[in-house]
Design a protein around this ligand. Structure first.
Ligand SMILES: [Zn+2]
Length: 436
């Protein structure tokens, strides 16, 4: 007997991967069979990822863009399962006792208005504004309307951090967390938390689609993922974009009135964003093992038991710095993390649980993580890996707690360049606006 829940919900399957019985059963449950490719302007496109199929040879045509999800040949057929699903009625939906600030409440009103009008909406909120809390009432409304919600981020860490938070506030609703690194097999849930990549597997599946960190890698500039977002929302649905540093294309759509926007300049605790202290290094960061100027700073932090994050542009620089730190300060407890680190989530948790005093990281932790009472230090802030957006996000890791709103941020560099200038100028501008 097939477990229908592992299929339903606007999910796309290649019929070659399904047994004859399964196909029939899923068709009876409202699924439809469609060709795997379609023609437009004399070009051939893949129905799953909407990218063009570039022929390798005359007879061998398959989609290379979404091959990671299983091969789709030009002659294949896809089965798209029904997204008409009845979810169980719950006694109550949102269980949250927190309070929204006046500014957040205004954002919520605008968001609910957009929901009513089925209008795509952008929330441009400074880091630490509490945008996650602002989507709770929207999700509640959608649930009350018996609808399905997906919350997606390009970054898996963001999804993983979001999952327990939502489980807590929507305790009776089914919530699933799906991403490439998880062992959990897809199954139908009323709320789905997933990486944006997962959306490639869906067509017209979600009534409310929330995209967090819309400007971040790998979503930024990735045509396939952007198309996946549009394709996976229902025709009658809406998309909500969340960002502290929205991309130009979205702001352009706001300007053309294709989407509406809410701007939040203020953090939830009403204190300004910490403004980075810019510090010039005359020699590189590893000069004499660790640059003497840096050493003074680090020694002070260690002595005062102050917790800190150190951001590096590249993994090798971080690794050699970590070695020097060990030599210089054998008593300092720290972890280092990067995108290549399989233990990343555990290590981040160790830092969060205060089991170590410091965390060394690349831009992988520039967003989506919240720690309290920390100093944030960027080394080689003038490196090309640190864009303006990146620097703003990193600075946004500081001062997130009500009781530690003035955590310091330091940018160390050898050349004060354009991105450092732009990042500092934007943070200061946002603070000015918040005062108005
Ligand atoms: Zn494809």
């Amino acid at each position: 007997m097939i477990k229908i829940n592992e299929y339903l919900g606007g999910r796309i399957f290649n019929t070659v991967d399904l047994a004859y019985d399964e196909i029939n059963y899923l068709k009876n449950c409202g699924g439809k069979i469609v060709p795997a490719t379609f023609k437009k302007d004399n070009k051939l496109f893949c129905r799953r990822c909407l990218m063009e199929l570039k022929p390798l040879t005359k007879n061998l045509k398959y989609c290379r863009s979404c091959i990671n999800l299983g091969k789709i040949q030009a002659s294949d057929q896809l089965l798209i399962t029904s997204s008409d699903v009845l979810y169980p009625i719950q006694q109550s939906y949102l269980s949250w006792s927190g309070e929204l600030t006046v500014i957040q409440q205004k954002g919520v009103r605008e968001l609910l208005m957009a929901f009513k009008k089925k209008q795509d909406h952008l929330i441009w909120a400074v880091t630490g504004a509490g945008k996650t809390e602002m989507i709770f009432p929207l999700i509640e409304q959608a649930l009350l309307n018996k609808q399905r919600i997906a919350i997606c981020s390009p970054r898996v860490d963001v999804c993983i951090e979001l999952f327990p938070r939502l489980q807590k506030v929507f305790p009776t609703t089914t919530i699933g967390l799906f991403h490439g690194k998880s062992d959990e097999k897809y199954h139908l849930t009323q709320i789905m938390i997933a990486t944006v990549h997962q959306l490639i597997r869906f067509e017209e599946a979600f009534d409310v689609l929330i995209i967090d960190e819309v400007d971040s890698y790998p979503l930024a500039g990735n045509q396939m993922l952007h198309q996946a977002i549009k394709k996976s929302r229902k025709k009658s649905g809406m998309i909500v974009y969340l960002s502290a540093t929205p991309p130009k294309e979205l702001l352009f759509k706001v300007k053309k009135q294709q989407i509406t926007m809410t701007k939040l300049y203020q953090r939830f605790h009403r204190h300004p964003l910490p403004e980075p202290q810019c510090r010039l290094l005359l020699k590189e960061i590893n000069f004499l093992g660790v640059n003497p100027r840096l050493r003074i700073h680090l020694r002070k932090l260690i002595k005062n038991h102050q917790r800190f994050m150190l951001f590096f542009p590249q993994i090798p620089i971080m690794k050699s710095f970590a070695q020097e730190l060990k030599n210089l300060y054998p008593k300092l407890t720290f972890v280092d993390v990067s995108s290549k680190d399989k233990e990343r989530l555990t290590k981040v948790q160790q830092f969060r649980d205060k089991k170590v005093q410091a965390i060394l990281t690349t831009t992988i932790l520039e967003r989506g993580v919240t720690f309290k009472k920390i100093s944030v230090i960027v080394l080689d802030a003038d490196a090309k890996e640190f864009s303006k957006t990146s620097l703003i996000q990193i600075a946004g890791r500081a001062g997130r707690g009500k009781d530690s709103y003035d955590d310091p941020v330091y940018f160390y560099y050898r050349y004060y360049n354009r991105q450092i200038h732009l990042a500092c100028a934007e943070i200061s501008y946002l603070n000015q606006q918040a005062k108005k």
